[in-house]
Write a new protein. Structure first.
Length: 411
């Protein structure tokens, strides 16, 4: 009897211990929950106070808001005044009369055409007419009539068809134009792939997160600002110092290491050495004129859907595979834009513009083979057309080559 009572007492004590243990655990859990709840209520109270202060600041009437409301009220009253309403009705009378029987779709098309009319007029007057006139001038002998003795205005020009004499002078007899055109064409053809590759690589690097990323982006875009016309004019006073610095730097590097001679001594063919030499010598220009292209590729990379990268990382793709399978195909459509911009920008920096500028004045030039006289205006027009045709050919080549690498995500 005593043994049973002892066992029962031990069992009761054992149950009491676990009951107390569960009680203390539940009590500690309740304290934790109370602390979390108190913290949430405190944060909620702070947020309510913050919102109340922000609402008070918004509702506070400042002089800026008073001025803004006064201006809005003035224009509202002016817009709804009887005089303005009558003027608007008078101006809208004819358009309403003409479009009264048209459907909504046709009205939208008509108003779209109305808004495009100024652009069409500007395109025709400022581009199309001079463009066609230049074609006639390039085949003509042009002589100015002179100035009106009373008004001082130009009285016009007299044109006479001379066939291809202007082109013959420009291509065969001009001392520098043909060589300058071919050199500019070759330099641009070399510069386009270098600029595109360099810009794409830099855009990928600048899209990653690292300390000082904004500063590095600004550094690569800085040459675009410094190459603007205003800055170029402002820095002309330091042209002599810049030239001396470039000559000293060039002499230093030439004396230190001759890259072309090293490759020739290594047994590499001369054509490849010439190509690599041109590439290395144009590194400065590539870096200088890649700012806009870097921005184009950077905006394209940032517009790539993030879920494509996340899915690729979940599948275990490397950065190399991500670049060639996702980044490059997604930014390829903008390679067309960057390529065309590079061609145009390269030709606008060409020495051909200096040659063209020399024939912008009215003068006569005799052909060496005795065919007669040609005028500066005709020579200028012929040079402009050859310049334009070379640009079109190069842009067409870029579009043909780059379009084969373009991938459209929506298709």
């Amino acid at each position: 009897m005593n043994q049973n009572q002892t066992k029962k007492t031990f069992k009761e004590r054992w149950n009491d211990y676990f009951a107390r243990r569960r009680y203390y655990i539940a009590l500690e859990e309740q304290k934790k929950q109370d602390k979390i709840q108190a913290k949430r209520e405190k944060e909620m109270q702070k947020q309510l106070e913050k919102d109340a202060k922000a609402q008070a600041r918004r509702e506070k009437v400042t002089w800026y808001k008073k001025t803004k409301w006064a201006i809005q009220d003035f224009f509202y009253k002016l817009n709804n005044s009887k005089t303005v309403v009558k003027i608007k009705d008078a101006l809208a009378y004819i358009p309403r009369k003409l479009t009264r029987n048209l459907t909504y779709r046709k009205k939208k098309s008509l108003w779209g055409f109305v808004f495009v009319i100024p652009l069409i007029i500007g395109f025709g007057y400022f581009f199309l007419i001079p463009f066609i006139t230049t074609v006639f001038y390039s085949f003509s002998h042009i002589q100015t009539i002179g100035l009106n003795p009373i008004t001082g205005d130009n009285m016009g020009v007299i044109t006479e068809n001379i066939g291809f004499d202007n082109y013959q002078f420009v291509w065969n007899q001009h001392s520098t134009f043909r060589q300058t055109l071919l050199t500019s064409f070759g330099n641009t053809l070399l510069e386009v792939p270098l600029v595109l590759i360099f810009s794409l690589i830099l855009a990928v690097v600048l899209n990653t997160k690292f300390p000082g990323r904004s500063f590095v982006r600004a550094v690569f875009f800085m040459p675009v600002i410094f190459n603007s016309q205003a800055v170029e004019v402002a820095m002309t006073t330091g042209a002599a110092l810049t030239s001396a610095t470039e000559e000293t730097t060039g002499a230093f590097f030439q004396g230190g290491f001759d890259f072309s001679m090293f490759l020739l001594e290594a047994g590499i063919p001369g054509g490849i050495v010439t190509f690599l030499g041109n590439v290395t010598s144009s590194i400065y220009d590539v870096i200088t004129y890649s700012g806009v292209q870097i921005l184009i590729f950077l905006s394209a990379i940032q517009s790539v859907p993030k879920h494509l990268y996340e899915a690729a990382k979940m599948e275990g793709a490397t950065q190399y595979e991500i670049f060639w399978k996702i980044t490059f195909p997604m930014v390829s459509p903008l390679m067309l834009t960057a390529g065309v911009y590079t061609v145009v920008d390269s030709f606008l920096r060409s020495d051909l513009l200096t040659t063209l500028e020399a024939y912008s004045v009215n003068k006569f030039v005799s052909l060496t083979d005795g065919l007669g006289m040609v005028t500066a205006h005709g020579i200028h027009a012929a040079m402009s057309w050859l310049f334009c045709l070379s640009s079109i050919i190069l842009i067409s080549l870029v579009l043909i080559v780059v379009s084969r690498m373009v991938f459209y995500y929506d298709e």
